[in-house]
Design a binder for this molecule. Sequence first.
Ligand SMILES: NC(=O)c1ccc[n+]([C@@H]2O[C@H](COP(=O)([O-])OP(=O)(O)OC[C@H]3O[C@@H](n4cnc5c(N)ncnc54)[C@H](OP(=O)(O)O)[C@@H]3O)[C@@H](O)[C@H]2O)c1
Length: 285
Amino acid sequence: MNNKTILITGATSGLGLEAAKQLAKQGHEIILLCRNKEKGEQAVSEIKNFSGNNKLHLYTANLSSQKSIEAAATQIKKDFLKLDVLVNNAGAVFNNFQLSDDGIEMTMANNHFNYFWVTYYLFDLLKNAHAARIVNVASDSHYSAKKIDVDTFYQKKGSYFVLSAYEQSKLTNVLFTYALAEKAKPYNITVNALHPGFVYTPIGEKNGNKFFGLVWSLASKLFGLTVEKGASSHIYLASSNAVDGISGNYFHRCKSKKSSAISYDKNLQDLLWKESERKSGFQFL
Ligand SMILES: NC(=O)c1ccc[n+]([C@@H]2O[C@H](COP(=O)([O-])OP(=O)(O)OC[C@H]3O[C@@H](n4cnc5c(N)ncnc54)[C@H](OP(=O)(O)O)[C@@H]3O)[C@@H](O)[C@H]2O)c1
Protein backbone atom coordinates (compact mmCIF):
# COMPACT_ATOMS: atom_id res chain seq x y z
CA MET A 1 0.00 0.00 0.00
CA ASN A 2 1.39 3.42 -0.92
CA ASN A 3 1.35 6.17 1.65
CA LYS A 4 -2.19 6.76 2.79
CA THR A 5 -4.17 9.09 5.00
CA ILE A 6 -5.26 7.09 8.03
CA LEU A 7 -7.55 8.29 10.82
CA ILE A 8 -7.31 6.44 14.15
CA THR A 9 -9.71 7.09 17.01
CA GLY A 10 -8.41 6.77 20.57
CA ALA A 11 -4.76 7.13 19.59
CA THR A 12 -3.67 8.57 22.94
CA SER A 13 -3.24 5.23 24.68
CA GLY A 14 -2.87 1.47 24.37
CA LEU A 15 -3.58 -0.16 21.02
CA GLY A 16 -4.54 3.03 19.16
CA LEU A 17 -1.31 4.78 20.12
CA GLU A 18 0.78 1.74 19.13
CA ALA A 19 -1.01 1.42 15.79
CA ALA A 20 -0.47 5.13 15.12
CA LYS A 21 3.26 4.82 15.89
CA GLN A 22 3.77 1.82 13.59
CA LEU A 23 1.66 3.22 10.75
CA ALA A 24 3.46 6.58 10.99
CA LYS A 25 6.76 4.68 10.79
CA GLN A 26 5.56 3.12 7.54
CA GLY A 27 5.24 6.70 6.24
CA HIS A 28 1.47 7.17 6.26
CA GLU A 29 -0.19 10.48 7.13
CA ILE A 30 -1.98 10.01 10.45
CA ILE A 31 -5.03 11.84 11.80
CA LEU A 32 -5.54 11.30 15.53
CA LEU A 33 -9.07 11.75 16.84
CA CYS A 34 -8.82 11.94 20.62
CA ARG A 35 -10.84 13.35 23.51
CA ASN A 36 -8.14 15.21 25.38
CA LYS A 37 -6.00 17.88 23.69
CA GLU A 38 -3.05 17.59 26.07
CA LYS A 39 -2.97 13.80 25.87
CA GLY A 40 -3.29 14.12 22.10
CA GLU A 41 -0.34 16.49 21.91
CA GLN A 42 1.74 14.08 24.02
CA ALA A 43 0.77 11.25 21.68
CA VAL A 44 1.72 13.32 18.62
CA SER A 45 5.15 14.04 20.08
CA GLU A 46 5.66 10.35 21.03
CA ILE A 47 4.66 9.23 17.53
CA LYS A 48 6.92 11.86 15.95
CA ASN A 49 9.93 10.79 18.06
CA PHE A 50 9.29 7.12 17.35
CA SER A 51 8.67 7.39 13.61
CA GLY A 52 10.41 10.55 12.45
CA ASN A 53 7.15 11.27 10.59
CA ASN A 54 5.78 14.84 10.75
CA LYS A 55 2.54 14.18 8.86
CA LEU A 56 0.47 14.00 12.04
CA HIS A 57 -2.78 15.87 12.68
CA LEU A 58 -4.68 16.09 15.95
CA TYR A 59 -8.44 16.61 16.33
CA THR A 60 -10.44 16.36 19.51
CA ALA A 61 -13.93 14.98 20.16
CA ASN A 62 -15.82 13.27 22.90
CA LEU A 63 -16.58 10.09 21.01
CA SER A 64 -19.59 9.27 23.18
CA SER A 65 -21.32 12.42 21.88
CA GLN A 66 -22.95 12.73 18.45
CA LYS A 67 -22.63 16.52 18.36
CA SER A 68 -18.97 16.42 19.31
CA ILE A 69 -18.18 13.86 16.59
CA GLU A 70 -20.14 15.83 14.00
CA ALA A 71 -18.21 19.00 14.87
CA ALA A 72 -14.80 17.30 14.61
CA ALA A 73 -15.77 15.57 11.35
CA THR A 74 -16.96 18.87 9.86
CA GLN A 75 -13.52 20.35 10.49
CA ILE A 76 -11.69 17.25 9.18
CA LYS A 77 -13.80 17.44 5.98
CA LYS A 78 -12.69 21.05 5.52
CA ASP A 79 -9.02 20.10 5.96
CA PHE A 80 -8.81 16.85 3.93
CA LEU A 81 -10.07 15.82 0.52
CA LYS A 82 -10.03 12.07 1.15
CA LEU A 83 -9.48 9.43 3.78
CA ASP A 84 -7.95 6.08 2.80
CA VAL A 85 -8.36 4.27 6.10
CA LEU A 86 -10.58 4.77 9.14
CA VAL A 87 -9.62 2.78 12.25
CA ASN A 88 -12.51 2.81 14.74
CA ASN A 89 -10.52 1.87 17.82
CA ALA A 90 -11.56 4.05 20.77
CA GLY A 91 -13.51 2.10 23.36
CA ALA A 92 -14.11 1.85 27.07
CA VAL A 93 -15.66 -0.16 29.88
CA PHE A 94 -18.01 1.32 32.47
CA ASN A 95 -18.45 -0.16 35.89
CA ASN A 96 -21.74 1.59 36.60
CA PHE A 97 -24.81 2.39 34.54
CA GLN A 98 -24.46 5.96 33.20
CA LEU A 99 -26.18 7.83 30.38
CA SER A 100 -24.31 9.85 27.74
CA ASP A 101 -25.26 13.39 26.63
CA ASP A 102 -27.50 11.75 24.03
CA GLY A 103 -29.28 9.59 26.62
CA ILE A 104 -27.47 6.39 25.62
CA GLU A 105 -25.95 3.95 28.10
CA MET A 106 -22.25 4.88 28.12
CA THR A 107 -20.85 1.51 26.98
CA MET A 108 -23.13 1.57 23.93
CA ALA A 109 -22.48 5.27 23.29
CA ASN A 110 -18.70 4.87 23.51
CA ASN A 111 -18.31 1.52 21.81
CA HIS A 112 -21.08 1.37 19.19
CA PHE A 113 -22.65 4.76 18.44
CA ASN A 114 -19.12 6.18 18.38
CA TYR A 115 -18.18 3.88 15.45
CA PHE A 116 -21.54 4.47 13.72
CA TRP A 117 -21.27 8.26 13.95
CA VAL A 118 -17.56 8.60 13.09
CA THR A 119 -18.11 6.40 10.03
CA TYR A 120 -21.26 8.24 8.95
CA TYR A 121 -19.84 11.75 9.30
CA LEU A 122 -16.57 10.83 7.52
CA PHE A 123 -18.09 8.59 4.85
CA ASP A 124 -17.84 11.20 2.09
CA LEU A 125 -14.08 11.41 2.61
CA LEU A 126 -13.80 7.60 2.44
CA LYS A 127 -15.83 7.62 -0.81
CA ASN A 128 -13.32 10.08 -2.27
CA ALA A 129 -10.43 7.63 -1.80
CA HIS A 130 -9.65 5.04 -4.47
CA ALA A 131 -10.35 1.93 -2.34
CA ALA A 132 -10.85 2.96 1.26
CA ARG A 133 -10.79 0.65 4.25
CA ILE A 134 -12.66 0.70 7.53
CA VAL A 135 -11.24 -1.27 10.45
CA ASN A 136 -13.47 -1.80 13.49
CA VAL A 137 -11.80 -2.91 16.71
CA ALA A 138 -14.11 -5.48 18.32
CA SER A 139 -13.25 -8.27 20.76
CA ASP A 140 -13.61 -12.00 21.27
CA SER A 141 -15.72 -11.08 24.29
CA HIS A 142 -18.54 -10.68 21.73
CA TYR A 143 -18.85 -14.51 21.69
CA SER A 144 -20.38 -14.29 25.19
CA ALA A 145 -23.20 -11.95 24.10
CA LYS A 146 -26.20 -14.09 23.25
CA LYS A 147 -28.55 -11.34 22.11
CA ILE A 148 -28.99 -7.64 21.42
CA ASP A 149 -31.39 -6.02 23.88
CA VAL A 150 -32.22 -2.56 22.51
CA ASP A 151 -33.93 -1.52 25.76
CA THR A 152 -30.56 -1.71 27.55
CA PHE A 153 -29.15 0.89 25.11
CA TYR A 154 -31.16 3.52 26.96
CA GLN A 155 -32.27 2.21 30.35
CA LYS A 156 -31.23 0.03 33.23
CA LYS A 157 -33.00 -3.32 33.05
CA GLY A 158 -32.49 -5.36 36.20
CA SER A 159 -28.94 -5.05 37.48
CA TYR A 160 -26.27 -3.55 35.25
CA PHE A 161 -23.14 -5.70 34.85
CA VAL A 162 -20.01 -4.22 33.31
CA LEU A 163 -18.96 -7.33 31.37
CA SER A 164 -22.42 -8.01 29.90
CA ALA A 165 -22.63 -4.41 28.71
CA TYR A 166 -19.13 -4.63 27.20
CA GLU A 167 -19.83 -7.99 25.52
CA GLN A 168 -23.03 -6.68 23.93
CA SER A 169 -21.23 -3.55 22.71
CA LYS A 170 -18.51 -5.68 21.11
CA LEU A 171 -21.15 -7.86 19.41
CA THR A 172 -22.57 -4.63 17.93
CA ASN A 173 -19.08 -3.89 16.51
CA VAL A 174 -19.16 -7.18 14.59
CA LEU A 175 -22.81 -6.82 13.48
CA PHE A 176 -22.11 -3.26 12.33
CA THR A 177 -19.00 -4.43 10.43
CA TYR A 178 -20.89 -7.09 8.46
CA ALA A 179 -23.84 -4.82 7.65
CA LEU A 180 -21.57 -1.97 6.59
CA ALA A 181 -19.36 -4.28 4.49
CA GLU A 182 -22.41 -5.09 2.32
CA LYS A 183 -23.66 -1.50 2.12
CA ALA A 184 -20.19 -0.08 1.34
CA LYS A 185 -19.53 -2.46 -1.59
CA PRO A 186 -20.80 -0.06 -4.29
CA TYR A 187 -18.25 2.51 -3.09
CA ASN A 188 -15.32 0.07 -3.24
CA ILE A 189 -14.83 0.44 0.52
CA THR A 190 -13.86 -2.62 2.55
CA VAL A 191 -14.88 -3.13 6.17
CA ASN A 192 -13.36 -5.62 8.61
CA ALA A 193 -13.38 -6.21 12.35
CA LEU A 194 -10.62 -7.50 14.59
CA HIS A 195 -9.86 -8.94 17.99
CA PRO A 196 -6.49 -7.70 19.31
CA GLY A 197 -6.12 -10.44 21.95
CA PHE A 198 -5.96 -9.88 25.70
CA VAL A 199 -3.59 -6.93 25.85
CA TYR A 200 -1.91 -5.00 28.63
CA THR A 201 -3.42 -1.49 28.32
CA PRO A 202 -5.08 0.84 30.86
CA ILE A 203 -8.61 0.24 29.54
CA GLY A 204 -9.76 -1.50 32.73
CA GLU A 205 -8.34 1.18 35.01
CA LYS A 206 -10.43 4.05 33.67
CA ASN A 207 -13.90 3.11 34.88
CA GLY A 208 -13.70 4.53 38.38
CA ASN A 209 -13.68 1.24 40.31
CA LYS A 210 -10.28 0.88 41.98
CA PHE A 211 -10.66 -2.84 42.72
CA PHE A 212 -11.65 -3.73 39.16
CA GLY A 213 -8.87 -1.48 37.89
CA LEU A 214 -6.29 -3.25 40.04
CA VAL A 215 -7.46 -6.71 39.00
CA TRP A 216 -7.39 -5.68 35.33
CA SER A 217 -3.97 -4.10 35.65
CA LEU A 218 -2.40 -7.12 37.41
CA ALA A 219 -4.02 -9.73 35.17
CA SER A 220 -3.26 -7.95 31.91
CA LYS A 221 0.31 -7.21 33.01
CA LEU A 222 0.91 -10.85 33.95
CA PHE A 223 -1.01 -12.61 31.19
CA GLY A 224 -1.70 -10.00 28.51
CA LEU A 225 0.07 -9.40 25.24
CA THR A 226 2.22 -6.34 24.68
CA VAL A 227 0.61 -3.55 22.66
CA GLU A 228 3.15 -4.28 19.91
CA LYS A 229 1.66 -7.75 19.47
CA GLY A 230 -1.94 -6.65 20.16
CA ALA A 231 -1.91 -3.93 17.49
CA SER A 232 -0.61 -6.26 14.77
CA SER A 233 -4.07 -6.77 13.19
CA HIS A 234 -4.80 -3.01 13.31
CA ILE A 235 -1.65 -2.43 11.28
CA TYR A 236 -2.21 -5.39 8.95
CA LEU A 237 -5.81 -4.43 8.11
CA ALA A 238 -4.95 -0.75 7.71
CA SER A 239 -1.89 -1.14 5.54
CA SER A 240 -1.18 -4.59 4.09
CA ASN A 241 -1.70 -5.27 0.38
CA ALA A 242 -2.65 -8.82 1.37
CA VAL A 243 -6.12 -7.60 2.39
CA ASP A 244 -6.85 -5.56 -0.73
CA GLY A 245 -10.51 -6.17 -1.57
CA ILE A 246 -11.14 -8.37 1.50
CA SER A 247 -14.29 -7.28 3.32
CA GLY A 248 -16.78 -8.48 5.92
CA ASN A 249 -14.29 -10.58 7.87
CA TYR A 250 -13.28 -10.94 11.50
CA PHE A 251 -9.53 -11.07 12.16
CA HIS A 252 -7.31 -12.19 14.98
CA ARG A 253 -3.50 -12.31 14.73
CA CYS A 254 -3.76 -11.14 11.11
CA LYS A 255 -5.88 -14.15 10.15
CA SER A 256 -9.58 -14.30 9.35
CA LYS A 257 -11.67 -16.46 11.67
CA LYS A 258 -15.36 -17.11 12.39
CA SER A 259 -17.13 -14.73 14.72
CA SER A 260 -20.10 -15.84 16.83
CA ALA A 261 -23.07 -17.49 15.10
CA ILE A 262 -25.49 -14.66 15.88
CA SER A 263 -23.12 -12.03 14.50
CA TYR A 264 -23.99 -13.39 11.03
CA ASP A 265 -27.74 -12.97 11.65
CA LYS A 266 -28.85 -10.50 8.98
CA ASN A 267 -32.08 -9.67 10.83
CA LEU A 268 -30.06 -8.71 13.89
CA GLN A 269 -27.65 -6.65 11.77
CA ASP A 270 -30.64 -4.89 10.25
CA LEU A 271 -32.29 -4.28 13.61
CA LEU A 272 -29.09 -2.70 14.97
CA TRP A 273 -28.65 -0.59 11.84
CA LYS A 274 -32.24 0.72 11.88
CA GLU A 275 -32.13 1.43 15.60
CA SER A 276 -28.82 3.30 15.20
CA GLU A 277 -30.32 5.39 12.38
CA ARG A 278 -33.50 6.06 14.38
CA LYS A 279 -31.60 7.23 17.45
CA SER A 280 -29.18 9.30 15.36
CA GLY A 281 -31.91 11.01 13.36
CA PHE A 282 -30.39 10.28 9.95
CA GLN A 283 -30.38 7.60 7.26
CA PHE A 284 -27.02 6.03 6.48
CA LEU A 285 -26.76 3.98 3.26
N1 LIG B 1 -6.91 -4.32 25.88
C1 LIG B 1 -7.54 -5.43 25.55
O1 LIG B 1 -7.26 -6.55 26.06
C2 LIG B 1 -8.62 -5.40 24.51
C3 LIG B 1 -9.19 -6.64 24.12
C4 LIG B 1 -10.19 -6.63 23.13
C5 LIG B 1 -10.58 -5.45 22.53
N2 LIG B 1 -10.01 -4.27 22.94
C6 LIG B 1 -10.49 -3.04 22.28
O2 LIG B 1 -9.37 -2.29 21.83
C7 LIG B 1 -9.74 -0.90 21.71
C8 LIG B 1 -8.66 -0.04 22.35
O3 LIG B 1 -8.60 -0.33 23.73
P1 LIG B 1 -7.26 -0.30 24.60
O4 LIG B 1 -7.19 -1.58 25.32
O5 LIG B 1 -6.12 0.18 23.78
O6 LIG B 1 -7.68 0.79 25.70
P2 LIG B 1 -7.08 2.22 26.10
O7 LIG B 1 -5.60 2.13 26.27
O8 LIG B 1 -7.89 2.67 27.25
O9 LIG B 1 -7.38 3.10 24.82
C9 LIG B 1 -8.69 3.51 24.51
C10 LIG B 1 -8.61 4.78 23.71
O10 LIG B 1 -9.95 5.22 23.48
C11 LIG B 1 -10.06 6.58 23.91
N3 LIG B 1 -11.42 6.90 24.33
C12 LIG B 1 -12.23 6.20 25.17
N4 LIG B 1 -13.41 6.83 25.32
C13 LIG B 1 -13.35 7.95 24.55
C14 LIG B 1 -14.24 9.01 24.29
N5 LIG B 1 -15.46 9.10 24.86
N6 LIG B 1 -13.85 10.00 23.46
C15 LIG B 1 -12.63 9.96 22.88
N7 LIG B 1 -11.73 8.97 23.09
C16 LIG B 1 -12.09 7.99 23.92
C17 LIG B 1 -9.08 6.69 25.08
O11 LIG B 1 -8.79 8.03 25.36
P3 LIG B 1 -8.04 8.45 26.74
O12 LIG B 1 -6.58 8.17 26.52
O13 LIG B 1 -8.36 9.89 26.87
O14 LIG B 1 -8.63 7.59 27.82
C18 LIG B 1 -7.91 5.92 24.48
O15 LIG B 1 -7.19 6.70 23.58
C19 LIG B 1 -11.12 -0.77 22.37
O16 LIG B 1 -12.10 -0.73 21.35
C20 LIG B 1 -11.25 -2.07 23.17
O17 LIG B 1 -12.59 -2.45 23.36
C21 LIG B 1 -9.04 -4.22 23.90
